[in-house]
Ligand binder design. Structure first.
Ligand SMILES: [Zn+2]
Length: 145
């Protein structure tokens, strides 16, 4: 997570015990949604960094929806959007079409949702559209401050 825990008390890296001094890309680590500590930039694996970026986006999206299942739903929708984007992209390439249309990806995500998926259709449509847009543009994976 690209947070800057400048307002935090004395934080030490979970692995090397280095102290956080107010700069650098330190990441909060979570276990089942609970904060368990921080990692300094040197100790983060690429996987942990990618996970952190997804976590940040998840929390950002989840704040915008009034659902108790918010974070779960967002994570699930991100995964579904990534899969749908891959599937639509492969189909487009196979058909000799170079365009990857957002609407096709969005439809693919919606069509794949289970019947009893949480949230209202309006909430879901809005979130799916935002997530697909961010997945396709790459914004979801950027190290935004
Ligand atoms: Zn460290």
């Amino acid at each position: 997570m690209k947070i800057h825990p400048s307002d935090r008390k004395v934080e030490k890296c979970m692995r090397c015990r280095r102290r956080y001094r107010g700069h650098g890309e330190w990441n909060l680590q979570y276990d089942l949604g609970r904060e368990v500590g921080v990692l300094c930039p040197d100790c983060q694996t690429p996987e942990e960094n990618a996970e952190a970026v997804i976590n940040e986006a998840t929390i950002d999206y989840a704040k915008t929806v009034e659902m108790t299942e918010g974070e779960f739903v967002v994570r699930d929708l991100i995964r579904r959007s990534e899969e749908a984007a891959g599937k639509v992209a492969r189909a487009a390439v196979a058909a000799g079409d170079r365009d990857l249309r957002h609407d096709d990806v969005i439809r693919e995500v919606k069509d794949g949702l289970p019947a009893r998926y949480p949230g209202t259709i309006t909430q879901r449509d809005d979130m799916i559209r935002r997530i697909v847009t961010d997945v396709l543009s790459g914004d979801l994976y950027e190290d935004a401050p």
